[in-house]
Write a protein that binds this ligand. Structure first.
Ligand SMILES: [Zn+2]
Length: 418
């Protein structure tokens, strides 16, 4: 219907239940500038400028007409504000077919930069992107098992400085950062919600530590949540209102987009699907319980099961490659894994009734070899009404999902100089 508002397209969801904004970046405004008096014309003008900037942040590159719809401001007001913000190099016009009326507005490429830091169990990636989320430089490093927060963040700062130098970007142009971790993050996006998963990172104010070490306001986020935000904004979940992102890796977790927004739950730990109990007589899980889904389907378990048959495989990628080439043992391991995951996804669907489940992580490279047994199990175990029309697909962003999610969260939380 013409009156239906457009579906959420980007980072609106990442702020819906986000923690408090990160601390303010240095403002280009003169230190002596006083905030306008409440209710004054100047205050209204500033509020409208912020609405326009937030619309560009949420919509991505957008025409002035769509910004006017998003902000409910008059087209002439939008045009005037875009002119002002273009003049001060926060926004820029992008030529598009159809002439001036079709021109899209986006952030100026030199308006500032964001940092994404994605930390896994044995690796970290650092990226520098502009405010349009175009990654300008990126580096990945290996990490030792049981790595410490201080060491990883110090290493990330060194990489950031190298990337900045290669890009000729001064430190003050870095406006904000997003740090993603493979562990539950508390509701304030400040530290870990549980010390069981990354014990060497537990009990710390990670937001303060990362902000101090990286030298810019930093928001901390669970990696599955970041993957959900990224797939929702830029990948397979575009245009959906209710979706789940499933991370299959060393750990197993889910990020939930409900009603267009990221759902964290009361303490920030929503989506810990990897710790659904399958068999409490089975092995001990790193969370302290027994027989969690993760103990049956994690990357290490997949490797251990394949190795128990006497095969030499170095990575889950090897297992996927062998399976796709027709190896019966590797195929069996992946289909069994898919069936177990599908049982847990069925419970997720019964509880949250998503329209889309996006599967990411190393195992997702097996595509339908993994997803068909997931789909079969979901249909078998879920209530029919909860999964009618449900789509289960692989992630579009692949290994970039968490890093892009970190950048999106950074952009959503960063105060921009309007
Ligand atoms: Zn567990």
């Amino acid at each position: 219907m013409a009156s239906t508002p457009p579906p959420p397209r980007s980072t609106r969801e990442s702020r819906a239940q986000a923690g408090p904004p990160a601390q303010q970046p240095p403002s280009p405004q003169p230190a002596s500038a006083q905030p306008p008096a409440p209710g004054s014309q100047a205050a209204l003008r500033l509020a409208n400028r912020r609405r326009v900037v937030d619309a560009v942040r949420e919509l991505g590159a957008a025409t002035q007409a769509s910004i006017a719809r998003e902000t409910a401001l008059a087209p002439s007001t939008v045009s005037s504000i875009v002119h002002e913000l273009t003049a001060c190099d926060l926004l820029a016009m992008e030529p598009e077919h159809g002439g001036r009326r079709g021109q899209r507005v986006h952030f100026s490429e030199s308006a500032g930069y964001l940092v994404g830091v994605d930390v896994g169990h044995r690796h970290a990636s650092v990226a520098v992107a502009d405010l349009n989320l175009d990654v300008r430089a990126q580096r990945r490093i290996d990490l030792p098992a049981g790595h410490r927060a201080e060491d990883v963040l110090t290493g990330a700062r060194e990489i950031l400085d190298e990337l900045r130098t290669s890009l000729d970007v001064p430190a003050q142009r870095i406006l904000g950062a997003g740090l993603t971790l493979p562990a539950p993050v508390d509701a304030e996006c400040r530290g870990l919600g549980s010390g069981a998963i990354l014990p060497a990172w537990a009990g710390l104010d990670l937001r303060a530590l990362a902000t101090g070490t990286l030298g810019c306001p930093t928001v901390v986020e669970n990696d599955a949540n970041a993957g959900a935000v990224a797939e929702h904004a830029l990948g397979a979940g575009r245009g959906t209102a209710h979706m789940a992102y499933l991370k299959l890796s060393h750990g197993v977790g889910a990020g939930l987009i409900l009603g267009g927004g990221l759902y964290r739950g009361a303490t920030g730990s929503a989506g810990e699907i990897g710790h659904v109990t399958l068999d409490e007589r089975a092995g001990l899980c790193r969370c302290g319980n027994r027989g969690c889904l993760e103990t049956f389907v994690s990357s290490q378990t997949v490797l251990d099961v394949v190795a128990s048959s006497g095969r030499r495989v170095e990575s889950v990628g090897d297992v996927v490659r062998e399976a796709l080439a027709g190896d019966p043992g590797c195929t069996r391991v992946i289909t069994d894994t898919g069936r177990l995951i599908g049982g847990a996804v069925a419970q997720l669907c019964n509880a949250f009734n998503p329209e889309l489940v996006v599967v990411g992580g190393e195992l997702a490279r097996a595509e339908d070899l993994l997803l068909d047994p997931v789909r079969d199990a979901v249909q078998r175990y879920a209530v029919r009404g909860c999964v009618s029309g449900l789509r289960i697909v692989t992630a579009q962003l692949g290994a970039r999902a968490h890093l892009m999610g970190a950048l999106i969260r950074a952009r959503a939380e960063t105060s921009l100089p309007v």
